[in-house]
Design a protein around this ligand. Structure first.
Ligand SMILES: [Zn+2]
Length: 488
């Protein structure tokens, strides 16, 4: 028997140019698919009826850059710059995660996302301390019922005495992760389809620390085993050593729509043009980029240069919430500020509209992950990943402009219902089928065990790591000077 949901009497913000924004509109969902969008739709008596009077129906948000495992570290990086983050998260806390911690980080991170209206995640998963960690991270996403692409990252957390990284494995087979992606591809993703909830992706070794031939090899390998998205960190402002890797990729002829470049703040114009030409994705992460000295987010500039797959990501929850409303606001107002400031005199015309940033958070994301025909808008024929956002709270009354309300006013508490693949995963403002007090207690126990391991990190190892960071930063600064000088 088919399952049918009818959403009645909503203001539909479709993010589909052919449909637009429609008041007093219904949405019919059948077997996980959007069947029809329009006023006064007919439906069978067995349908689940959701009254969306005084509410906005919109596509779920698409977060194209997240390290989901970091859920247990929320607020720890509130005053971090990037070097603090790399030292603490990537050298100490990551190595302190057990298999169970990786599971709970991903499970609770996905739940948190759903609560905030994020229905799709790129999980850039650099928590593979062992093959079991990778499996646990996958199971966490599956159990939360979110739509996601699990991008298996090549990054190796360091092994120190008491860490959860196996020194023997790392020293005997430092490249074991590459072969393990092949295992994961066979074990979990052998029959992968575009509309599957979970798909397999790949996250490159840190590009600025890796020879170009190795990066090309990783891309070829990921494609050969069927990874749908290949992602990595590129060109982040003051931390960009000026290697122009995308230019090298273009020269090697390996750019394609399966590549997703996170950050890209200081990409050269010819690199953005190559990305636009080959349909690659870009993910701007306004919170981390503006906080951590990574320069101005590139998403609007990328769109202006023809990159329709420009999108938004949350990145790390150690310093910002898993909240796409916040990302939209931050990047929009930062961009308006930049463009107003660049003008002579007072700005008499608004440079950027709310609609454009809502597109970044929805359709732009769908394009960035190769799913523009599956998700990203309220369009008949697409999978039903939908939000019902109430407009009856004091903050949301009245609403003259529904897109403005979503972009500048709403927050997670206004989201009454979240539907993923036709399944209601948040209803009446609460996650469905989740015993949150029980899950929260497990999460807090996991936090305690991570903090305990991290506090026992041998001081000599921390010192070595700190020295390594200082050396790395000096190398980056030096290389930037040389590379930029070559250009001028
Ligand atoms: Zn990142």
């Amino acid at each position: 028997m088919s399952s049918i949901i009818i959403i009645k009497n909503a203001t539909v913000v479709s993010v589909d140019n052919a449909i637009g924004t429609v008041p007093n509109c219904d949405v019919l969902v059948e077997d996980g698919l959007i069947k029809a969008v329009g006023p006064g739709l007919e439906y069978p008596p067995a349908a689940i009826v959701l009254d969306a009077t005084d509410s906005i129906v919109s596509p779920g948000f698409i977060d194209t850059h997240r390290h989901t495992w970091q859920t247990q570290l929320k607020t720890i990086g509130a005053d971090y710059v990037l070097s603090d983050y790399i030292l603490n998260l990537r050298q100490i806390y990551g190595a302190s995660y057990s298999v169970h911690d990786a599971y709970l980080g991903n499970f609770c991170g996905a739940l948190d996302s759903i609560d905030n209206g994020i229905t799709y995640l790129i999980d850039h998963s650099h928590i593979a301390n062992s093959p079991d960690h990778a499996d646990a991270a996958i199971r966490g996403l599956q159990d939360a019922r979110i739509r996601a692409t699990f991008c298996y990252a090549m990054y190796a957390n360091p092994h120190w005495s008491g860490s959860c990284v196996d020194k023997e494995r790392e020293e005997a087979t430092p490249d074991w992760r590459l072969e393990d992606v092949r295992r994961v591809a066979t074990q979990f993703f052998a029959m992968s389809q575009p509309d599957d909830l979970l798909r397999l992706g790949f996250a490159l070794s840190e590009p600025d620390m890796t020879p170009i031939d190795r990066l090309v090899h990783e891309i070829d390998f990921a494609r050969s085993i069927g990874c749908k998205v290949i992602t990595g960190h590129f060109n982040f402002g003051k931390w960009d050593p000026g290697n122009f890797i995308v230019r090298h990729f273009a020269q090697r002829g390996i750019l394609g729509p399966d590549l997703l470049f996170s950050h890209g703040n200081t990409m050269a114009d010819d690199e953005l043009d190559a990305i636009a030409k080959h349909g690659c994705g870009i993910s701007s992460t306004p919170d981390t980029e503006l906080q951590m000295g990574m320069s101005h987010p590139v998403a609007f500039k990328a769109r202006d240069r023809g990159c329709t797959a420009a999108s938004l990501g949350v990145d790390v929850v150690c310093s910002a919430p898993a909240d796409m409303f916040a990302q939209m606001r931050l990047i929009l107002q930062a961009q308006r500020h930049l463009e107003h400031d660049a003008q002579e005199g007072a700005p008499l015309k608004m440079s950027r509209r709310c609609e454009e940033v809502l597109t970044l958070a929805t359709m732009g994301g769908a394009k960035a992950v190769g799913l523009e025909s599956v998700i990203g808008s309220v369009t008949p024929g697409k999978r039903a990943d939908l939000l019902i956002t109430r407009c009856d709270a004091p903050r949301m009354t009245p609403v003259h402009d529904p897109i403005g309300a979503l972009v500048l006013y709403a927050n997670a508490s206004d989201i009454d219902t979240v539907i993923i693949n036709g399944e209601i995963v948040k209803s009446g403002g609460k996650l469905t089928n989740i015993d949150w007090p029980k899950v929260r207690a497990e999460l807090l126990a996991s936090v305690d065990s991570i903090m305990k391991r991290a506090s026992n990190v041998p001081m000599d190892d921390v010192k070595a790591t700190r020295d390594y960071m200082v050396d790395t930063i000096n190398v980056i600064n030096q290389r930037r000077k040389v590379n930029r000088a070559k250009l001028s």
